[in-house]
Design a protein around this ligand. Structure first.
Ligand SMILES: [Ca+2]
Ligand SMILES: [Ca+2]
Length: 490
């Protein structure tokens, strides 16, 4: 071997090994003990990063393109708890609309075959079949292909915690050890009860049974293989043992290193959520932040709720990968909760999730200011007649546009600036690119002073183009009632 080649190989090896060290986690077994977490799993987001924006669709309520799959006894558009006819072909039809929003991915509710009335997808009776109300496996494949053509990633909602209560497994001797005994959860602080109890009376699968574990790992891989999806949104994560998720994530990530897992952990303590990130789930639904922003952006004088939530975020090792949201299918829509100030607060809340570290998740209809009370009213049919004339939609597209074109907003440092009970401000910064976002959280004009110490930049309002100078280290600004302002130094 020539000397030059040896030197080259040494340098190559050094560079390569440093590269590997930077990638702090790989997929490997780290323990044999059944009482411990067995695998180290790469949890760096896979195909997803903080640059993404996810649009969340309840397929049955989005768009009814195929009328031929509506002929079932549980389809009734006037009944909020029945199927309404929306389908996978409907999503394909609306992909150009979705693309026009500036989002980079869709998350769709579970596609597996459900029992009678399971329009939402969470009452599964066949884990290997697409529900005929929604379409066919070939529709799903087409959806993924068409989405990919438009650079839109697809996330499938995936359920392993329970089956529908009419599952054929319940009457089959072969599956008698697949379920935990029927028991409600009486203490929601008891982790064992959370994992083994029947939530909403749904038969709870026993993932400690190796057959169940293998079934779902194989099943998840089957869906990935069949459809080419980019990620899964994992349902009811805290109701399933961590060692299952660890093995699940390890098996999927070893085979598909670029695949992404987004876990729904409904809890308001970041430390509790972080445990699930550590075992291999890339991203978590940031409920602690949601709880803060829902209080702040629905009533006056509550800036501290969001400030406290922001201060708790340091418990996350990768907060920028977490899903951040103002609405979802389990809660009253923010605009409805905020009553007469709904539109103004929704604009503020949307501005917040588009300018705060995390992956914004937009629940269908929020972008056109759709109303909706508690479940199932928060699952109304998408109001397509509104999209031609929606001020919220224009505002939303402006937000995605400035986010997508400014790395400071999706990948910059975050710094909390001045706040009191009635206003809040913060900065995002990447190199010389800086943004300051300011919220007036009351229905009165307010004079606000923000201390920027030695910052001598000139700031411009991205919407009005009005410029602001810093005087003696202070930025002084008069804000209209319930206004939100985005200033940039660019
Ligand atoms: Ca249909
Ligand atoms: Ca369970």
């Amino acid at each position: 071997m020539s000397k030059k080649l040896v030197i080259f190989l040494v340098i190559f090896t050094l560079v390569f090994s440093v590269g590997c060290q930077n990638q702090n986690v790989t997929n490997k077994q780290i323990s044999d003990s059944s009482n411990e977490i067995k695998y180290e799993v790469q949890n760096d987001g896979g195909a997803f990063s903080s640059k993404d924006i996810i649009y969340f669709i309840m397929t049955d309520r989005f768009y009814d393109k195929d009328k031929e799959n509506n002929d079932f006894p549980d389809v009734n558009k006037d009944d909020p708890k029945a199927y309404h006819g929306g389908d996978l072909k409907g999503i394909i039809e609306k992909l150009d609309y979705i693309k026009s929003l500036g989002v980079t991915a869709i998350w769709i509710t579970p596609v597996c075959k459900n029992q009678y009335g399971g329009y939402h997808g969470y009452w599964i009776t066949d884990f290997y079949k697409v529900d005929p109300h929604l379409g066919t496996l070939s529709d799903l494949k087409e959806l993924v292909q068409e989405a990919h053509k438009r650079n839109i990633k697809v996330i499938l909602d995936y359920v392993v915690n329970h089956t529908g209560n009419k599952s054929p497994w319940l009457n089959d001797e072969k599956y008698k050890d697949w379920f935990h005994p029927k028991k409600n959860i009486s203490n929601w602080n008891d982790q064992k009860q959370l994992e083994e109890g029947w939530i909403f009376g749904l038969p709870d699968l026993n993932q400690n049974n190796p057959e169940v574990k293998k079934y779902f790992i194989d099943n998840a891989i089957w869906w990935i293989e069949q459809t080419g999806i980019d990620g899964m949104r994992l349902d009811t994560v805290k109701h399933v043992p961590k060692d299952f998720w660890n093995e699940f994530a390890y098996n999927i990530k070893s085979k598909y290193p670029n695949f992404s897992l987004l876990g729904e952990v409904w809890n308001d303590n970041p430390r509790y959520l972080e445990q699930y990130h550590k075992i291999g789930i890339d991203s978590l639904t940031n409920y602690p932040l949601y709880n803060g922003l829902r209080k702040t952006f629905t009533r006056f004088g509550k800036a501290n709720s969001l400030v406290n939530a922001i201060k708790m975020q340091s418990a996350f090792t990768n907060p920028e990968l977490n899903g951040i949201f103002v609405d979802n299918h389990d809660n009253k829509r923010l605009i409805t909760e905020a009553k007469e100030y709904g539109e103004a607060y929704l604009k503020q809340a949307l501005t917040f999730i588009m300018t705060y570290p995390g992956i914004p998740i937009i629940y269908y209809g929020t972008e056109i200011a759709m109303e909706g009370g508690d479940d199932p009213d928060n699952r109304r049919d998408m109001e397509w007649d509104k999209i031609g004339n929606s001020e919220m939609l224009n505002y939303f597209k402006m937000l995605t546009h400035i986010r997508n074109s400014n790395e400071a907003l999706y990948n910059g440092e975050f710094e909390l600036l001045n706040y009191d009970s009635y206003f809040l401000s913060y900065m995002r910064k990447k190199g010389n690119s800086k943004f300051i976002v300011i919220y007036n959280l009351q229905n009165k004009e307010k004079n606000i002073t923000i201390n920027l110490k030695d910052d001598s930049s000139k700031y411009t309002d991205v919407l009005s183009s009005k410029t602001y100078n810093i005087e003696n280290g202070n930025l002084n600004i008069t804000m209209k009632p319930l206004e939100v302002i985005i200033l940039t130094s660019n």
